[in-house]
Design a protein around this ligand. Structure first.
Ligand code: ZN
Length: 91
């Protein structure tokens, strides 16, 4: 199960799943079920087959891997921006 990054609870509610164009994963927003926590966080779901493709050693997989890293960095940058504009209580 997915663990809440705030309190460690394994109970969360999955909200909308977003399929990005040309992405080989599903992006999902979640809310922690712990009443004292209620953090929202997001996850990416990859199939193991897609991940395995990224470690193949041909040229195309290097390009794919680079694209995946760029894409992941864009998500993390957005997350950091949210942290900066959010106080400890989540407001
Ligand atoms: Zn939590």
């Amino acid at each position: 199960m997915i663990q809440c990054p705030n309190c460690g609870s394994r109970e969360s509610i999955a909200h909308q799943a977003r399929q990005r164009p040309n992405a080989n994963y599903v992006w999902r927003s979640r809310t922690c079920k712990n009443p004292q926590c209620r953090s929202t966080f997001s996850t990416r779901e990859y199939s193991l087959e897609e991940l395995a493709k990224l470690i193949d050693k041909d040229d195309q997989s290097v390009v794919d891997l680079r694209n995946q890293c760029d894409d992941l960095l864009a998500d993390l940058t957005e997350l950091i921006t949210q942290y900066r504009t959010t106080d400890a209580k989540g407001n």
